[in-house]
Design a protein around this ligand. Structure first.
Ligand code: NDP
Length: 242
């Protein structure tokens, strides 16, 4: 049997980069998706040997097209990691419709777009692992993030509904809700705000991309078949103290 196929959206940097590399080490044929940062994607592809593919996960059509291409080239997708995400932070009274819509479409519509593209194949082979990357801010809400909190909170509901629909087909659907992880996304948070956030994390540091990737490996393992509809909360204890 050839390698099993995995797609990681936003798989070329940050948390996704580490997930792509770890799944590849486990023997998956990984395809790492990205949106626009060609240079970064090229560097990633050259250093890791993992093929990259550019498309916008907020577009239903692009997701169907590229998922079909991947399945034609590498075979049925066994693992889908819905990781791509963006922030457009500002308070609701200042938020434009585009800031709202971009975040909902990139972070939440993408989960539907991608899962819809691979679910028939997974059901056909009676095996699949879908992991959706939510956020502690989808669980708690966050000042300046009505768009992001709504999208991430939506991911948690999406996960539980899709898990039920596919539980008898060998497919598990789970979510991970990371706390603050040291990536470009968090580096964009003002320093004083970040310092206050770190004070609230009992473990006393930001998360690392590898802290999240190791949970992805746990949830995608063949013998993780009894874990479905779960949200794994990984935040250094922040959720307990906020
Ligand atoms: P980064 O900003 O470091 O990386 C984002 C990745 O997503 C990039 O590869 C980017 O591609 C890709 N991407 C963005 N928009 C699209 C799109 N429309 N189509 C395809 N790919 C896209 O993010 P993180 O690694 O920090 O975050 C990864 C996930 O984890 C996100 O869903 C985020 O919300 C979530 N998360 C992150 C936390 C954190 O503290 N960092 C905390 C909780 C959740 P490109 O390089 O081309 O821009």
């Amino acid at each position: 049997m050839g390698k099993r196929t995995a797609i990681v959206t936003g798989g070329t940097r940050g948390i996704g980069e580490e997930i792509s590399k770890q799944l590849s080490k486990q023997g998956y044929q990984v395809v790492a998706n990205y949106a626009s940062n060609d240079e970064r994607a090229k560097q990633f592809e050259q250093s890791s040997g993992i093929p990259v593919m550019k498309w916008d996960v907020s577009s239903f059509e692009e997701c169907q097209k590229h998922a079909a291409e991947i399945q034609a080239k590498y075979g049925t997708v066994s693992v889908l990691i819905n990781n791509a995400g963006i922030t457009r932070d500002t308070t609701m009274q200042r938020m434009s419709y585009d800031q709202w819509r971009d975040v909902i479409m990139t972070n939440l519509d993408s989960c539907f777009n991608m899962s819809r593209a691979v679910i028939d194949g997974m059901r056909g082979q009676k095996f699949g692992r879908i992991v959706n990357i939510g956020s502690v801010n989808g669980q708690m809400g966050q000042y300046g993030q009505v768009n992001y909190a709504a999208a991430k909170s939506g991911i948690h509901g999406f996960t539980k509904a899709l898990a039920q629909e596919n539980a008898k087909k060998g497919i598990t659907v789970n979510a991970i809700a990371p706390g603050y992880v040291d990536t470009d996304m968090v580096r964009a948070v003002p320093e004083d705000v970040l310092a206050k956030i770190i004070q609230r994390i009992p473990i006393g540091r930001l998360g690392k991309a590898s802290d999240i990737a190791r949970a992805v490996l746990f949830l995608t393992a063949d013998d993780a078949e009894f874990i479905t509809g779960a949200t794994l909360t990984i935040n250094g204890g922040q959720y307990m103290t906020s």
